[in-house]
Design a protein around this ligand. Sequence first.
Ligand code: SF4
Ligand code: SF4
Ligand code: SF4
Ligand code: FES
Length: 946
Amino acid sequence: MPLIQEIDYGTPIRLSPKQVTLTIDGHEVTVPEGTSIMHAAMDAGIKVPKLCATDSLNAFGSCRLCLVEIEGRPGTPASCTTLVAPGLKVHTTSENVRKLRRGVMELYISDHPLDCLTCAANGNCELQDAAGEVGLRDVRYGYAGANHLDAPTDTSNPYFQFEASKCIVCSRCVRACEEVQGTFALTIQGRGFASKVAAGMDEPFLTSECVSCGACVQACPTATLMEKTVVELGQPEHSVVTTCAYCGVGCSFKAEMRGDMVVNMVPYKDGKANHGHSCVKGRFAWGYATHRERILKPMMRAKTTDPWRETTWDEAIAHVASEFKRIQAQHGRGSIGVITSSRCTNEETYLVQKLARAAFGNNNTDTCARVCHSPTGFGLSQTFGTSAGTQDFDSVEHADVIMVVGANPTDGHPVFASRMKKRLREGAKLIVIDPRRIDLVHTPHVDAAYHLPLRPGTNVAVLTSLAHVIVTEGLVNQDFVRARCEDDSFADWAAFVSEPHNSPEEVAKTSGVPAETIRAAARLYATGGNAAIYYGLGVTEHSQGTTAVMAIANLAMATGNIGKPGVGVNPLRGQNNVQGSCDMGSFPHELPGYRHVSDPTVRAIYEREWGVKIDPEPGLRIPNMLDAAIDGSFRGIYIQGEDIAQSDPDTHHITSGLEAMECVVVQDLFLNETANYAHVFLPGATFLEKDGTFTNAERRINRVRKVMAPRAGLADWEVTQAISNAYGFPMHYTHPSEIMDEIARTTPSFAGVSFAKLDAEGSVQWPCNDKMPHGTPTMHMDGFVRGRGRFFVTEYVATDEKVGPRFPLLLTTGRILSQYNVGAQTRRTANVAWHPQDLLEIHPHDAEERGIKEGDLVRLASRVGATTLHAHLTDRVAPGVVYTTFHHPDTQANVITTEYSDWATNCPEYKVTAVQVSPSNGPSDWQTSYAEHSRVARHIELVPAK
Ligand code: SF4
Ligand code: SF4
Ligand code: SF4
Ligand code: FES
């Protein structure tokens, strides 16, 4: 595909229903009221020269290049800041404006390096283009006057440079940072000739508040802000639209290429999840795809203490198939299983669960969503009837109250966080329920109305207490409840939440949140207009994760905040395809589309399609597979794209289970931690190397498009298919689109989905079927999918994980912007500049009591394990609470997380672990033995492949 050049209309689109007709250069144009003359001219195919305007930003009117003449009006107004009016007659090319524009351009060029031929932006520079458009032929002032040509270049950011000598001070970068990203890291410093762009307090970009989202780089019309890859590799010559493989926002990008080399990833304006914005991960952190540590040949070894031996795909796949058959022959059909990945495509995930159900003949399939959003699936299916969020991201623009529970969007879902912050700057009110003072509580121009810093593990108590206030103060939306919800379950729930033990005054004692704050937050949520709840793993990763999800759904139903734009219940999914991997039947009890395996009608659909009988009994979940391995009844596993040894809780239990198996097959990009326990390693393909789809947190199915050949020769779906064929269950797909066709044939909510439709429409949100052929942005509009909404009683049951004299602090975990999940990808990029290690956040009071100072190495111990890491003293966490991230294998926070899990789904209780923190002299015993194990297990004997 040639290089995609999106049209820049100069100013944002306006959607007013009122239309205005005017004449531009003799052409009659009709546009919505509020449109700029510049935009209207573009609609008519007339390009007015511009520099400070771009359609992702509000008009600013500083460069004076876009001047026009309007009959009957004096002067030459800027077309970017002048709005259309009925009957206007506009002239964009009169001699007068052409002369003025040339004069303006002369001034710019008189203070600009004349190095176009060697400039990295040559051929893709708006200043260069504009000089051509205005017909500049000479600069009357010469180039010898005062200028900025010696201004230094800031190369501190690992991904882009700021070449100040080329800056025309158009302020597009400053406005992008404010309006699009909401970070306010840039400013125009000084006045007149001395004005210049400054990051932070006139410091290097790297040390400023800049979060490297790239919005300023994209907005810059010159080579001033420039990606280092473009500087190094040259301008791209073709592009492919694809989807980011990091978080559940699912941003669309143009992968801009030279040959098969990625030069740049530019957020795609038509991407419906991101509308042209990005974060540092998707925009810049893609270098892992060509990292030297990628494993590009299959490898095998008899024992995990042996060195790895490179082999061929044929030998590896034949070995996997024969080992799995041998194990089943000796230990039974259920002795092997699979783990699908929320990082792989829908098609790949579908195929892996199909391998288990159709080829292996059992339902031993599970996914990493087990450890993150399985309570969402179960909780929302019980209350609403669908295991997914209710809104699209655009919905937030209609929210008046935003409640964020157990999520940290600015780090975990940054592009959506920018949308949210924009809405908050426009006046929406914010409630944050989180033990930690996340960034959103206080960001530029936004302060949360209420922050409820609850003790970890008390979500259900606090959410139920909000309901207590809503019911007892008469704030229930009775009309909605009567019309849309079950009478009986509502009555039971209302009576339950009204009980005195659920009052804010009582709950304050367990949660630590002042009663008045709970009351005020509840009143705001119930009466503040459109109220939307966004929640994350701080809700689900608890022993009562499912109960908390139900409590959230109860709140939304009781207040009528469901079934229209601006409201809803919105799980923020961690990984790119968590929603998709759940949709595709990865769980052991559900076939694709969340239909229970015990349902004979559903089984019949797949039995017809696959030509085999399907086991009606649910298979094993991940923790049960590991239990069974330790017991000896589970002996072989195929893990595609997951690193359970690092990402799952209670590491000792995981590794014991893996060690007990006879054939562990790991398919991944790198030798991950789980591969230390593997007998076969199959190289994986990055998102750049394959076709398929991801489904984001708003149920949006986005295309993933291959931009380069799989570096190891096969895409992941081809590997699964080869294993299945070698095992004896034939699969004959020639392209992932055929897998999607099968998904559509067998799954009602995907019935209308095909690659052809996605290519034509960009993306669709499921359900997509005959009734909703273009997808469903907002769920439950006319009624709940299950019929009437069902309320659930949400009795708070304290976790068994209790603080005591030995372990007096509560540990909770989370993510940081620059790193992703277990860090396998982001640690292999320059993102380590921001987060080279996991730190332990501890309140200064707790630190002082223990003699711990900033940066000290500390021992973090729970009853199941201990690790060491460096301390960071901060009052972001309350006294009694400590916090860390889990991105680095050498600290491995999960060594200390416990075996406790959600009562309904087994989702681990990552967010609450009783710990002690003490000064340390060196790595824990575990870290030392682990490092040695990794060294041995990773040894690759370079025996050439046959
Ligand atoms: S990269 Fe993003 S955060 Fe940094 S200055 Fe540019 S717009 Fe602001
Ligand atoms: S850096 Fe680029 S966008 Fe920012 S003021 Fe200079 S020329 Fe304009
Ligand atoms: S990591 Fe998430 S927010 Fe960032 S670019 Fe990728 S999808 Fe978008
Ligand atoms: S583009 Fe209109 S004033 Fe700059």
